[in-house]
Design a protein around this ligand. Sequence first.
Ligand code: S3P
Length: 428
Amino acid sequence: MNMTVEKTKGLKGEITVPGDKSISHRALMFASIAEGDTRIKGLLKGEDNMATLKAFRQMGIVIEELGEDVVVHGKGLHGLKEPEDFIDAGNSGTTIRLITGLLSGQSFFSTVTGDQYLRKRPMKRVIEPLTQMGARIFGRDGGNKAPLAIVGTKLKGISYNSPIASAQVKSAVLLAGLYANGVTTLTEPILSRDHTERMLAYFGAKVERKGSTVSIAGGQRLVARDIEVPGDISSAAFFIVNALITEDSDLLIKNVGINPTRTGIIDILEQMGGNLKIENKCEVSGEPVGDIRVKSSKLKGIVIKGDLIPRAIDELPIVGAAAAYAEGVTTIADAKELRVKETDRIATLASELRAMGIEVKELEDGCVIVGGKPKGGVRLKSHGDHRIAMTMTVAASGTDGITTIEDVECIDTSFPGFKELRKKVSVQ
Ligand code: S3P
């Protein structure tokens, strides 16, 4: 399916964006292994999260959809049953990596796979520490790629120094740690998103944290508790940048998760000169939440690197669109992880921005984007990557002419209703 985009004259009004994808995955997983019923409000019902939901149904967990809400009837740490068939994680790296950690310590055999994109992505990063814990996991490419076969076994706690700042690696190890003998400790080079640690604590588990080191003792019970999922800042980011680069915009995005491990995008856009305000800050289900007000702004190029990168990893494509409209040069560095996301996002972003006449130099770990006047009336590709599809929609919205974006079905993995929501707030 293709989408056409025309020049937007302003983004105005008040919106909410769908629930946070990372928190939604965790809510389904932890509620399934908690004792008792968890009602989840605001769960993201995108394809990625539905893959997680289906996986737990395959393992015998009853999950009811009551209107917008979902009720998970948790069966405790040892209540999962052997799935009869492959678990299909679809496009979702979070589903496959976290579930692999969880499955390692079960008393049954399981297999996990995913779509053509996921089957190309590296799994060694989770299999390596899990194997050190005693896990028995087999996969293609010397154990690096899905499909994966997991022979559940008894695990032991380890102390692991992760070479990358990855919440998926950390969460897989912590989930396995719940089933391991003794204490499991993980240190990462820079703190990645900490939704797992927060949700474990919210469900009553004791999790110790110091800087970017986290420890958990095995065998702890999780106690079911209702969860409200805030709006996803990664989804809000597309509307934030769209409003910033469009004249006459004044947009209020309500109820967005503003966990400090996720707000790198706010810091980046403020440094670029963006007029952003966070209002009504509060805490909901153990996560910080607020409303984000954004007005049109003149942006300038900056350098983005170091500690900011893990705090904005999923937003770097949309930062690329902001950079295309900024005055001067924007450099993104230390972001090699972008090469192993849903697509190689350094390559896919560079190729599509270039198709709009923007000068982009690829670096091994990032890119250099020369701001200017992006050209519309062109055909752009999503490459099957939801964030590239939405980034190019925003980039095209400031140009003259009608731009076509090809293969936009992938947007449903994280942001069902994206097109309709844009239409609702855009003055054409
Ligand atoms: C996620 C962690 C990040 C992020 C992904 C979601 C999570 O991946 O890019 O979209 O929910 O834990 P990495 O752990 O690979 O950095």
